[in-house]
Design a protein around this ligand. Structure first.
Ligand code: SF4
Length: 427
């Protein structure tokens, strides 16, 4: 989401005559796009500000801005504590960058962290910052109306707003014309995408179908689905189109219905299992990944065991796994006690990682001997003689180059694997 936002910011700045530079030493304006999701991400920003302060000391004309979620959450602290910061700009205020830059140039601290009920940045053509020219993000909505007890997003990114499907399709068509071969539709909860115009409703299933029809050679991915909202209708649409990728990221967070209730996730363990069963029956070859939080408030050993057993049962291909970290202002911070000792959180997280690693390894081993269609994204990180791409299930595959190039589709026969990668040969 932040990469997609940075691309909107670059587009707005390009209209003002700014150019993107790879070398921070050349920059006249340095913007740090921040994230408030985990404490860790916030901590890193304070360190980053220290690291760039010498550019400002060397040349006082250099402007430094903090943008994104953290700007919204910590504006006062940033302005008071970080004297090198000239601008603090929240995620809905990027169109205001021209006037904020003028204000900062005249020596004032420029701040706009207002959240909007409408802003979706429709009509702005993001300047792509990715290097491969093959895969790209397309933001389809902003904000979130769910109130998961641990999550800061609704407070720092505001209420949910969907973007006009026409502007989404224009952006996707432009990407296709510029050689891109994969788009990832982005939203905090894509299943609740909704747009109404002259009595005609477009939900996420209709939107993804329209995007898939742009061209059968354009792969379509999406992130993130919410287990309470993902519908059979969407699953049937995914199964109908070859170019809608067979991978669903479905964050479960916990395997215990009691903890899910405290988290305000609005589904139970059984509901989640039912959604996984629906995925497996409607899209048999679909990969499923998830997010898991270890050590949420009041989590017992029993709750933790339920998480472990759910991971085993679901057989996730991949998982993002974290220890619970309390975020100020959230329902959990206001109402619950962060009462699981750090060493227990760590031990539970390690147990979760160990179970998941075994399952991920098993899923990769099962791919050995199979042939996958791979979209080539570029050279492998380890060797220029090897190319790297992904399967529709989002698994990374590397293979000898063999005269092919990025943007091509090839069939690869998988011969072996490492913990993160499938290795094979063009068939
Ligand atoms: S669905 Fe829940 S976890 Fe996801 S962004 Fe919204 S509030 Fe946060």
């Amino acid at each position: 989401m932040n990469v997609a936002d940075s691309e909107v910011v670059v587009a707005i700045l390009s209209d003002l005559g700014f150019e993107l530079t790879d070398s921070i030493g050349e920059a006249g304006l340095i913007l740090i796009n921040t994230c408030s999701i985990r404490e860790n991400a916030e901590q890193r920003i304070w360190g980053r500000l220290k690291a760039i302060s010498h550019y400002k000391k060397k040349d006082n004309r250099i402007m430094i801005g903090l943008i994104g979620c953290m700007a919204e959450r910590l504006k006062e602290k940033v302005i008071e504590k970080e004297h090198i910061v000239d601008m603090v700009i929240g995620p809905d205020a990027y169109r205001d960058l021209p006037s904020l830059i003028s204000e900062a140039e005249s020596g004032h601290k420029a701040v706009n962290v207002l959240l909007s009920k409408e802003e979706t940045y429709a009509g702005i053509s993001p300047v792509r910052m990715d290097k491969n020219g093959v895969t790209s993000f397309v933001s389809i909505m902003r904000g979130c109306n769910n109130m998961c007890a641990y999550c800061v997003v609704p407070y720092v990114r505001g209420a949910e707003r969907s973007r006009d499907p026409e502007s989404i399709l224009n952006e996707v068509n432009e990407l296709w014309a510029n050689g891109y071969r994969e788009v990832t539709l982005l939203g905090q909860n894509v299943d609740s995408y909704s747009w109404e115009y002259e009595g005609h409703k477009t939900g996420f299933s209709e939107l993804i179908e329209k995007v898939a029809l742009v061209n059968p050679l354009l792969r379509v991915r999406f992130s993130t689905s919410h287990p309470k909202d993902i519908s059979d209708k969407l699953l049937y649409t995914i199964s109908k189109y070859n170019n809608i990728c067979k991978h669903i990221h479905l964050p479960v967070q916990s395997g215990s219905s009691r903890i899910l209730k405290l988290m305000n996730r609005e589904y139970t363990r059984e509901w989640y299992m039912d959604r996984i069963k629906a995925i497996r029956s409607i899209i048999p070859d679909c990969a499923v990944s998830t997010d898991i939080i270890a050590g949420f408030c009041s989590e017992t050993e029993e709750d933790h065991k339920e998480t472990l057993s759910l991971i085993e049962w679901a057989g996730f291909d991949f998982a993002y796994m974290f220890k619970y970290s309390e975020r100020p202002g959230t329902k959990a911070a206001r109402k619950y006690k962060d009462d699981i000792p750090e060493e227990i959180k760590t031990r539970r997280l390690n147990e979760i990682i160990s179970v998941q690693n075994k399952i991920s390894a098993r899923s990769k081993k099962q791919d050995i001997g199979r042939i996958f269609e791979v979209l080539i994204e570029g050279n492998s990180k380890r060797s220029q003689d090897y190319l790297s791409g992904r399967t529709t299930q989002n698994k990374v595959v590397v293979f000898p180059e063999n005269g092919c190039k990025r943007g091509d589709y090839v069939n690869v026969h998988v011969e072996r694997c490492t913990s993160a990668t499938l290795i094979g040969r063009i068939n």
